[in-house]
Design a protein around this ligand. Structure first.
Ligand code: SF4
Length: 230
C-alpha cells in the first residue's frame, strides 16, 4: 500500500491551533509613515517586542493582547474593505506566525507592508511584502541590536527608516548611510523623535548636507496625537 493510500484511510489527527498570534489591536486609519504615507490602511499590531527603545511610542504593545488565528485576523481585516495593510508592533517578527500571516495577507491580494525593528532576521518574509526596516541610532539605546546582515536582503521594494533624537544621531546616521551604501539599496527615511529633535532643524540639516533621504513626520500624530488605535 502506498503512503498516499495509508494517509487517506487513517483518521485525521486532532486539530492543533498552530496558526495563532497575539494581537494588540487591528484598526483602520491613515498611514502616517513611509512612502505609503496618507493612504487609508488597516493596521495589525502584534503584541511583544524584545527591544526597549528610549523613545518608544507603543509601549502598550509590549504585553497583553489577545490570541487570534490567521483566519480570524483575515476575517476582521476584510470587514474594513481596505486594500492596504500594515503589519506592525511591537516587533512583529518576534512571533513566528507572523511569517504565515504575511503570506496569507499577500495571497488574499492585499498590498502589505511590515514595520520591523531591524533586530531580527528578515530573510523568511514573503517577497511580496514591502519591509519598512528601522536602523536604530545610538539615541534609541538599542544600537547594538542592529542586525546589519539584514541590509543585504533589502530590495528597492523595501525602505529603511532612521529615527533620530539629536545632532549626534544625525551624524551617526549620515555616516552609516555613506559607509554602508544605504542610499543605493532602497529609499531611506529620516524622522525626528517627537519632543527631542525639532523637525525643522532636522529638515534643514538634510537640505544643508544634500542628503538623498526622505524627511518624514508621523502624520497620524499630527492628525490625532499619540492615541492608540489611530
Ligand atoms: S523596536 Fe519599536 S516597539 Fe520595540 S521598543 Fe523599539 S520602538 Fe518600541
Amino acid at each position: 500500500m502506498s503512503a498516499v493510500t495509508l494517509a487517506a484511510i487513517q483518521p485525521a489527527a486532532p486539530s492543533v491551533r498552530s496558526d495563532t498570534l497575539r494581537i494588540t489591536e487591528i484598526f483602520h486609519s491613515i498611514q502616517g509613515e513611509s512612502s505609503r504615507v496618507g493612504l487609508p490602511t488597516v493596521f495589525i499590531r502584534l503584541t511583544g517586542c524584545p527591544l526597549r527603545c528610549t523613545w518608544c511610542d507603543t509601549e502598550y504593545a509590549f504585553h497583553g493582547g489577545g490570541a487570534m488565528s490567521i483566519d480570524a485576523i483575515l476575517a476582521q481585516v476584510a470587514e474594513f474593505n481596505c486594500a492596504t495593510i500594515c503589519v506592525t508592533g511591537g516587533e512583529p517578527l518576534a512571533q513566528k506566525n507572523c511569517l504565515p500571516l504575511l503570506g496569507a495577507l499577500c495571497d488574499a491580494d492585499y498590498s502589505v507592508s511590515l514595520e520591523t525593528s531591524g533586530a531580527l532576521d528578515i530573510s523568511g518574509i514573503d517577497p511580496r511584502v514591502s519591509r519598512i526596516m528601522d536602523v536604530k541610532a545610538p539615541g534609541s539605546g538599542e544600537v547594538t541590536k542592529n542586525r546589519w546582515e539584514n541590509l543585504d536582503l533589502l530590495t528597492p521594494h523595501d525602505e529603511l527608516k532612521l529615527v533620530l533624537a539629536s545632532r549626534e544621531d544625525y551624524e551617526w546616521a549620515m555616516a552609516a548611510c555613506h559607509q554602508r551604501r544605504l542610499f543605493a539599496r532602497c529609499p531611506v527615511l529620516f524622522s525626528p523623535v517627537q519632543g527631542q529633535l525639532e523637525a525643522g532643524q532636522l529638515a534643514q540639516w538634510i537640505i544643508d548636507d544634500k542628503l538623498p533621504v526622505r524627511f518624514q513626520l508621523q502624520l497620524h500624530k499630527v492628525l490625532w496625537g499619540n492615541t492608540p488605535g489611530r
